[in-house]
Design a binder for this molecule. Structure first.
Ligand SMILES: [Zn+2]
Length: 397
């Protein structure tokens, strides 16, 4: 049996006045997903356990079949695993975002989705200025980078609450610094980075070009190295993961999935959708499981870009779901589509409600649903209160 999981990150949403009370999933033209709904099962899954922040790492852990209450240890260690950065037991990894600060407020959590070449140069500069045996800077992708604090767990830095920059857009920088005394050094570093980056040559050029300057770093997502069993030991199948996002790839590495690189993936609207489908199909020639993650709808939600959110959902339907369905000539396959969490455009951030999923294939019930969307899912009796149990069911022989 071949198993395909497709995750349109953040695709779930709420009914919108401007769409006549339709959601983006409803308004988008998704003939392939709707076909799956008509011939399969639509339901809801709670990917974010109670008491957890609805972040992509928590929600994707659930979708991959790992209970966050047991396995979650922060976002940055997963991204560190992806970059092959070794962490010992006392080391902590932080996500380092390049942000745009203006008048003491967080203007852009991504510094205008700064290009790799520029963010790499800024990381090198920060490393020269602030790096040490204890503080190590690593370039990841675009605005998503890492800081490793060697021995940071001994200082209790992971016991402190940090805020995600995409959740505090438009809000005061100072008010969103961690409050705990133990994190004073981290706060100082963020403040000093602002002074240092403000006058950096790269930022002067960015400002001249009318681009958002990367004039501060924001540290969050702190955690230790996680301890997770391998996917094939847990579920009895081996497979691959396809994503532009470091944390998803890092998760894949930790649980022993092959992390496939696809040319032209960006983690943004313009990603190589068709390339992901082709890579998924190729991987299924030798392995039985593939997890295809597409970040674009989430970014549209954060940017409150309703038009792009609909377009990205349509692209996923046309260039990912469509080609995969067309190529699956064997009857022996199952496909599951589920966002990790909603990223409603009106909220510009993640919410923790259950998400709609659709499942189709060999041995999957046929429920007479009309389309794949939140409302249809809400009428279904199929509901997983523990997110990790959805994939356990999906992978059951
Ligand atoms: Zn997001």
């Amino acid at each position: 049996m071949k198993y395909i999981v497709i995750v349109p990150d953040g695709a779930a949403d709420h009914p919108l006045d401007s769409l006549g009370q339709k959601t983006p999933l409803e308004a988008a033209e998704t003939p392939n997903m709707d076909l799956l709904a008509q011939q399969g099962t639509v339901g809801r899954v709670k990917t974010v356990p109670r008491g957890f922040v609805p972040s992509s790492d928590v929600a994707n852990l659930s979708l991959m079949g790992y209970d966050p209450e047991v396995y979650y240890s922060g976002r940055a260690p997963l991204e560190a695993a992806n970059l092959g950065i070794p962490l010992s037991d006392d080391d902590l990894a932080f996500r380092l975002n390049f942000i745009t600060e203006s008048d003491g407020k967080v203007l852009d959590y991504s510094a205008g989705h700064i290009k790799n070449k520029e963010s790499k140069a800024l990381i090198d500069s920060l490393s020269l200025k602030f790096g040490s045996q204890q503080l190590q800077f690593y370039h990841g992708q675009s605005y998503r980078n890492l800081l490793v604090v060697r021995g940071g767990a001994k200082l209790g830095l992971d016991k402190v609450k940090y805020f995600a920059p995409h959740d505090i857009m438009g809000q005061s920088v100072e008010k969103n610094f961690p409050k705990d005394k133990r994190s004073q050094e981290i706060v100082d570093l963020m403040r000093k980075s602002g002074e240092f980056l403000e006058n950096h040559e790269i930022n002067r050029v960015r400002i001249d070009l009318g681009e958002s300057p990367a004039n501060m770093i924001w540290l969050w997502g702190c955690g230790r190295r996680p301890n997770m069993p391998l996917f094939r030991d847990k579920f009895g199948v081996s497979g691959s993961v396809i994503s532009a996002v470091d944390l998803i790839n890092g998760m894949g590495k930790i649980i022993g999935l092959d992390v496939l690189k696809v040319e032209g993936v960006t983690g943004y609207y313009d990603t190589n959708y068709r390339g992901k489908a082709d890579a998924a199909l190729k991987s299924l020639e030798t392995k039985d499981f593939v997890f295809v993650h597409i970040e674009a709808p989430d970014e549209a939600g954060h940017n409150q870009d309703l038009r792009m959110k609909i377009i990205c959902i349509e692209r996923i339907d046309k260039f990912v779901v469509g080609p995969i369905l067309k190529a699956m000539t064997t009857k022996d396959f199952r496909i599951l589509i589920s966002p990790d969490h909603p990223t409603p455009v009106m909220k510009r951030t993640h919410t923790n409600e259950p998400v709609p999923f659709v499942m189709f294939g060999s041995g999957i019930d046929y429920g007479g649903y009309t389309s794949y969307c939140e409302k249809e899912a809400a009428t279904s009796k199929v509901y997983y209160d523990k997110g990790d149990e959805l994939i356990s069911f999906f992978l059951k022989k």
